[in-house]
Structure formats: C-alpha cells, structure tokens
Write a protein that binds this ligand. Structure first.
Ligand code: R5P
Length: 297
C-alpha cells in the first residue's frame, strides 16, 4: 500500500477510484448529501491525521456546487490534520483569467484565494485554459498536459488520410502545435473572433485549400459545442474530408454532443477529466505518476 489516501469527491467517483488503484492507495470513507434547497453536506468517516490525502473533484457543471463540495471536503480534511492535495481535473473559472472588459472580476484569482484559505497544500489540474492562470496561485499549482495522451489515442485508433491538425482558435495554437509535433503532422489555427458583448463568433477565411484532407480538431474544452460546430461547418464548406475532434475536457452541455455530430464531426474524443460519452482516455496513470514523483522527492 502507498502512503497516499484518495478522497474521490462526488463529481469524480470513478476517476477517484481509478487513481487510488493506479497508486495502490486506499480510498477514504465519505458521505455526501444535497439538501432540497441545493446546499451540500459532506461527512468524513475515516481517520486522516498526519496522512497525505488526494482529493479528486472535477468542477464541471454544476460548477458552483462541485466547488462547494470541494471546499467543504478539503476544509474538513485539513481541520482533521491531513495534508491535502487537491486534484481538480477540470478547473472551473479558469477562462476568466483576466479583466477582458473593465469591471470584470478575475474569477480565477478569487478561486485561488478560496483554495488557499481552506488549507490545501498543492493543486493539480489538467490542461488549464491558459498556463498564465497558474500565476494567480500563491501555493504550488500545476497543470499536467493531456496532449501526449490525445496524440497516442489518435495513433492507436484512427487511420486518417493526409491529416491536418487544427485549432478552432488562435489561442489554441501552441496546443495544436504540440499535438501535431507528436504525430509528425502539419497544424493550423482558425482565426475565430468572439464578440465579448454578444458572444457571437465568426471565422476568418485564412486556411489553405483542404482538398478532401482529414482533419483533427484539437481544443482544451468543449462546453456548448458552438465553437466546434462553427469550425466544422466552415471546414466542410472549404473541402474537409473526415473530421475528428479531440479535447481534454468534454463538458458537452445539453445536446452539444448530438449537435456536434450532426454538424459533420465523425467522433468526439476526450479524457475522463469530466465524465461523458466522449471520455475515452483515462488520465489516472499519468496523474498517479505525478503524485509518485512527489512521494519520492
Ligand atoms: C475557448 O477559448 C476554449 O478553448 C473553447 O474553444 C471554448 O470554451 C469552447 O466553448 P463552446 O464549446 O461553448 O464553444
């Protein structure tokens, strides 16, 4: 048995179990309840004094409730004398990492203060929206990259014709370049312009002729699926062949998955940072490696 204990939060029971198995660690006993008015209750059933506990809690929809569960759980563990390591596979509020319009709150900065105040020792997430966001944390905070896992999945599962890797926006350029390098592919980024007031998105016509080439769209996250649908329609109109979509976090709100498939995407593949029908890549072995390296340091 390893030194670690794992606390699978209510948002990530399966991933929590997988991580515990990968680390050969025990999981701790917990009870969760949501009251009719939406309030959360957490009860700790295991003695944790002087133990190192990894809390696994992704903060996908409903983000605020999942965050509150995380705060309650981490606070209790810390109060009971555990050293608390928060593994938040999908980190909510990471997109608001600057004041895009005057007067906006930098939500990620606030989240960082809250996490510090409940006594966590370190934070690990996967593919934070922008690594710049890590600068808001005043305690050790890391973002592991799932890009090698996404690339390996393509290698193992798809036979594509002269594929091109593509980011649906310029912000994802370094991500898609890293992905393409691992597969020895060319990459491009679409120029997506989002109106920050109306939210309306347009794509500038800046791509080379596609002539039936297969495409792999790579993004950090899919939420409503609007960005992927727009990109897909644009690419199909410009002569794309098959289109596969890879992302780290598949939030896939409402009917997003059906709509993406209806727009012309053949398959959506993501990691299991958020549970969804697209979650085909397990991050547990990679995350276990991260904690093992802490153990041995
Ligand atoms: C944007 O910068 C992100 O990388 C994603 O492209 C975006 O958040 C996806 O959102 P949606 O699926 O709602 O278009």
């Amino acid at each position: 048995m390893s030194d670690w204990l794992v606390a699978p939060g209510p948002a990530s029971p399966e991933l929590g179990e997988k991580l515990a198995k990968a680390l050969n660690a025990e999981t701790i006993g917990l009870e969760y309840k949501i009251f009719p008015d939406g309030e959360n209750k957490v009860r700790l059933l295991t003695e944790v004094r002087n133990r190192r506990v990894i809390v696994v809690q992704s903060t996908y929809y409903p983000a605020d409730s999942h965050l509150m569960q995380l705060f309650l759980l981490c606070h209790k563990l810390s109060e009971e004398g555990a050293e608390v390591y928060a593994f938040i596979p999908y980190l909510a509020y990471a997109r608001q990492d600057r004041e895009f319009q005057k007067g906006e709150v930098i939500s990620l900065g606030v989240l960082s203060h809250l996490l510090r105040s409940i006594g966590i020792k370190s934070l690990l997430t996967i593919d934070i929206h922008s690594t710049r966001g890590l600068g808001y944390f005043t305690f050790p905070a890391y973002s592991a990259s799932a890009i090698p896992l996404l690339a390996q999945h393509v290698k193992n599962n798809f036979e594509l014709s002269n594929p091109l890797a593509l980011s649906p926006d310029y912000g994802g350029q370094s991500r898609v370049q890293a992905f393409a390098k691992l597969l020895d592919l060319e990459s491009i980024a679409l120029k997506k312009v989002r109106d920050r007031v109306t939210g309306e998105v347009t794509i500038e016509d800046n791509i080379p002729p596609l002539d039936g080439r297969d495409l792999i769209i790579v993004d950090d996250m899919i939420s409503t699926g609007t960005s992927i649908q727009r990109a897909t329609r644009f690419l199909k109109k410009n002569g794309a062949g098959r289109i596969i979509t890879m992302c780290t976090h598949a939030l896939l709100l409402g009917s997003a998955l059906d709509e993406i498939l209806a727009s012309g995407v053949e398959e959506v593949v993501s990691t299991n940072s958020v549970p969804s029908p697209a979650s085909k890549i397990d991050v547990a072995p990679m995350i276990a490696e991260h904690y093992r390296s802490i153990e041995s340091s």
